[in-house]
Design a protein. Structure first.
Length: 180
């Protein structure tokens, strides 16, 4: 089925910071030509960070689109050329103040496969030791340590709404992982 799709062109229309809005032109299997808008975001990561056997780190930060504080796992966008596991470790240090001895890939998914090129990599982190990096200039957040069961409940009850955090927590719960 993919062989019948032909990319005709791709052009950036607007860029600011890490984001680029581009238009991709394609010839479809029936011969028609269409242009799809794409918000180019790249790799993002989320980290379910265990501070001990049963408790995890959550971050609260104001999100301007929601106009409210959002509870999330530590995470964010990879830098240009940065691999996902390196980005996860860096984001954990920036937002959580910890370095992980172990980062295990939990899942990978496309948050919105129609209009974003973003790919989310979700990790479980264990063996945390304090090792903070400075937060990004526009980040102001509160840290909280909660039982993993409470974080999962928050995701199920809609208190955690950010997609990478929600998918990471629910994937962890559904796979039957248990604190060691």
């Amino acid at each position: 089925m993919n062989a019948a799709w032909t990319r005709l062109s791709s052009s950036a229309r607007y860029a600011r910071g890490k984001l680029t809005l581009r238009e991709d032109a394609w010839r479809l299997p029936d011969g028609q030509e269409v242009v799809y808008p794409v918000l180019a975001v790249g790799v993002t990561v989320g980290v379910l960070a265990f501070v001990d056997a049963a408790r995890v780190l959550l971050i609260a930060q104001y999100r301007h689109l929601q106009g409210a504080v959002s509870w999330e796992l530590p995470g964010g966008g990879a830098q240009a050329g940065e691999d996902p596991v390196t980005a996860a470790q860096r984001e954990l240090r920036e937002e959580g103040g910890y370095r992980a001895a172990q980062l295990v890939l939990l899942t990978r998914f496309w948050p919105s496969a129609a209009y974003l090129d973003e790919v989310a990599w979700c990790y479980v982190a264990r063996g945390l030791t304090p090792d903070p990096l400075p937060a990004d200039d526009d980040e102001f957040f509160e840290r909280s340590v909660v039982p993993v069961a409470e974080a999962i409940r928050m995701a199920l009850d809609g208190e955690i709404t950010e997609s990478v955090s929600k998918v990471t927590l629910l994937q962890y719960a559904l796979q039957g992982w248990r604190p060691v």
